[in-house]
Design a protein around this ligand. Structure first.
Ligand code: HH2
Length: 279
């Protein structure tokens, strides 16, 4: 039997993190949920379809994107966290690199922080998370969004991403976080070529061996477009394939835009592995 790492939040294994971007410019859903009522409706849909977490983001980190101010990010994110926190029974995470946004979102009802900079962008972030005692996802990114896809190079991508995540875990623990607050993520698409992403997906078991819940975000990403020759909206089936690969390697949290097909894929995979529960 697999022994799961303990987590400050009781998350089912495996589970889906539904993506809710309240930005004008996210790579696949930018501009769709900018109005508060559209964001709330989408959040409810994600949960109804099977998301165990809703991940709200107010700043796109797609390749080439420009940063937004903390003030603007708070303006986009906090009202949606407030509205959803009272309406859904699942935890809300906030996808932010900024301490001020994290603090305000936690006050508004968010339960954990998804920091794609792994506590590097904003020096004050580690203290916000330490004080809240909440989980934080530490993600690998090479460079920063504006330039990260300009010819990224690695010796051995798997070793380098693993070393980075170990280093960030050591940093977080030294700054007072508990081990059960930490989740890790190899950062698919963040400063990586198609081949780098595929190598990471091929070796996900080495990341679960870090002993912390593994988060995987492949949804609609460019490497799927490169394989399939498809635009973001037509990358759902490709995403589902990676969700199954992730589950088989022990990934705990799968971050996706299209919850229903990924949820069905998880159910069928689990039924094969463990026997089918009645529908
Ligand atoms: N990917 C994106 C954003 N946040 N967080 C984690 N932990 N892992 C990921 O792979 C990840 C993430 C990028 O996807 P999306 O939010 O859809 O796009 P954008 O950054 O353009 O808003």
């Amino acid at each position: 039997m697999t022994v799961l790492p303990t987590c400050a939040l009781d998350l089912p294994f495996p589970c889906l993190m539904g993506v809710l971007n309240v930005t004008p410019d996210s790579f696949s859903d930018g501009g769709r949920f900018l109005a508060a009522e559209d964001a709330l409706a989408q959040g409810l849909t994600l949960v109804r379809e099977g998301a165990a977490i809703v991940d709200i983001g107010g700043e796109s980190t797609r390749p080439g994107s420009d940063p937004v101010s903390a003030e603007e990010e708070v303006r986009r994110v906090v009202p949606v966290v407030e509205a959803l926190a009272g309406r859904v029974g699942v935890p809300i995470s906030v996808d932010t690199m900024k301490a001020e946004v994290a603090r305000r979102a936690l006050d508004a009802g968010a339960s954990f922080i998804n920091d794609v900079s792994a506590l590097r962008w904003d020096d004050a972030m580690v203290d916000v998370v330490a004080q809240a005692g909440c989980p934080v996802c530490l993600m690998h990114m090479k460079g920063e969004p504006k330039t990260m896809q300009d010819d990224p190079r690695y010796g051995d991508v798997v070793d380098e991403v693993l070393n980075f995540l170990e280093g960030r875990m050591t940093f977080a623990l030294a700054r007072g976080l508990r081990e059960d607050q930490l989740m890790v993520d190899p950062g698919i698409g963040f400063g990586k070529t198609v081949e780098h992403n595929l190598a990471l997906l091929r070796h996900l078991d080495r990341f679960t061996a870090l002993g912390r819940p593994l988060v995987l975000g492949t949804s609609r990403k460019r490497f799927l477009g490169a394989i399939l020759g498809a635009e973001p909206a037509a990358r759902t089936t490709g995403t589902v394939a990676t969700t199954v690969i992730g589950l088989l390697a022990g990934a705990h949290v799968l971050r996706v835009h299209d919850v229903r097909p990924n949820f069905e894929a998880l159910r069928v995979t689990l039924a094969v592995l463990e026997g089918a529960p009645a529908a």
